[in-house]
Design a protein around this ligand. Structure first.
Ligand code: FES
Length: 354
């Protein structure tokens, strides 16, 4: 890839994301066509508006089009026409329609377990080496479906590694008699082969344009770690604007708090990043007890001018929404992912902006 090529993520409505490489001067529509991804198109001339998409992040030249296809207000708000636009940086585009409509399937990958690490008896860390790693492009916050060896079941796990990591990491919260739990505790060995499908999900990091509030419950810290890795790399490259970014990370028990050293590293490498850990267990000696909502400060909410990223169990997602309602806070953007421990796939159910 030369410096003038740009990677464009096409995020479809069904949570599938496909990546294409767009050459200098090439339109997104032409590059999609070359990649055999049929995004919605009609006139290909900037006249009909059929291809209208929303740019979540990145810079581009919008090209030539008429007001009927895209109004100035829409362009100002971030809407764009893939048949006319040429990227000036890597982009994330929200495409109308599903990947199925675009005949754009997700990928299947074989991976080898490089390391199985138990943080505690209820939380494992998996490090995988994936065949064709360069074919697996993902956005920080997305997840993969993993087939449980020896069963017909699959489970969904968010990447905790950043999108540029050579090896992929995931956090697994065990469930009594869960298929993955049984496999990991009784049969798994380094060198085992796993089959993964994805990437999936619309819970991913957007451009930082205002203060960010991350909320994580339990292993819901995994996608936030991937986002922080991306932010850390961006900070090193000088491409992350300096807005406050706060993470409130809640766990039921002390032993559920994992990767706190990584968070301390990110606090040192990402300007404006702060975090706090909170433990619900009444018997814990942790300095902050209870739920994450009990430890948010007005500066974290910024009167609603904040992008919220929340990943946790369904009860936490509901509790946070009730909290915002009670506080009269309506975040500018509210992205969330619910997960249910040990649930049949997809364990991550529902994601989106509210
Ligand atoms: Fe008609 Fe893009 S396809 S405006």
């Amino acid at each position: 890839m030369t410096d003038t090529n740009h990677s464009v993520a096409l995020a479809f409505e069904d949570g599938v994301t496909r990546f294409i490489t767009v050459a200098s001067g090439q339109t997104v529509a032409d590059a999609s066509y070359s990649a055999r991804i049929n995004i919605p198109l009609d006139c290909r001339d900037g006249a009909c508006g059929t291809c209208k998409a929303f740019c979540e992040s990145g810079k581009y030249d919008g090209g030539d089009y008429i007001e009927d296809a895209l109004t100035d207000d829409e362009a100002e708000a971030g809407y764009c026409l893939p048949c006319q636009m040429t990227p000036e940086s890597d982009l994330v585009l929200r495409i109308s329609g599903t990947a199925e409509m675009a005949k754009s399937g997700i990928g299947t990958f074989q991976a080898t377990i490089v390391k199985l690490h138990w943080y505690a008896d209820n939380t494992a860390g998996l490090t995988l080496a994936v065949e064709d790693r360069e074919r697996l492009a993902y956005l920080p916050g997305q997840y993969m479906n993993v087939q449980v060896p020896g069963t017909d079941q699959e489970r969904s796990y968010s990447f905790s590694s950043g999108p540029d990591a050579e090896q992929l990491t995931f956090l697994v919260r065990t469930a009594p008699d869960g298929a993955m739990t049984t496999y990991l505790k009784e049969r798994a060995a380094e060198g085992d082969t796993l089959t993964l499908e994805g990437p999936k999900g619309s819970f991913f990091l957007r451009d930082v344009k205002r203060p960010v509030l991350m909320l994580a419950g339990g292993t819901g810290i995994a996608p936030q770690l991937a986002m922080l890795e991306k932010l850390s790399a961006g900070a090193a490259a000088g491409t992350v604007p300096a807005f406050p970014i706060h993470l409130a990370y809640g766990a039921t028990w002390d032993k559920d708090l994992v990767e706190v050293e990584a968070l301390e590293r990110y606090a040192a490498t990402i300007p404006g990043f702060t975090f706090s850990t909170i433990v619900a267990d009444a018997d814990s000696q942790h300095p902050r007890k209870g739920y994450v909502t009990g430890h948010l400060l007005p500066e974290h909410l910024n009167d609603g001018d904040v992008d919220v990223y929340l990943c946790g169990p369904p009860a936490m997602v509901d509790a946070v929404r009730r909290y915002f309602d009670a506080e009269g806070i309506e975040p500018t953007n509210f992205y969330y992912e619910r997960f249910a421990v040990g649930a049949a796939a997809p364990a991550l159910a529902g994601a989106g902006a509210a």
